[in-house]
Unconditional design. Structure first.
Length: 58
């Protein structure tokens, strides 16, 4: 199955955040409104990445 490149590009620009009031996971991009669709709260926390970044000191 060939996927649409435009659709993949849009999905990469979305970032998932967690609502500070109700805990709903909200996908936000540059053009979206910054309010939770369930409770209309406007404070979000960024989800942590699962991969561990290794930093090497020089």
């Amino acid at each position: 199955m060939a996927s649409d490149p435009k659709k993949n590009k849009i999905n990469r620009n979305n970032v998932e955040y967690i609502c500070g009031k109700c805990g709903t996971i909200v996908s936000i991009n540059q053009n979206s409104e910054l309010t939770c669709p369930k409770c209309l709260f406007n404070i979000f926390y960024k989800k942590k990445m699962l991969s561990i970044k290794k930093i090497r000191a020089l």
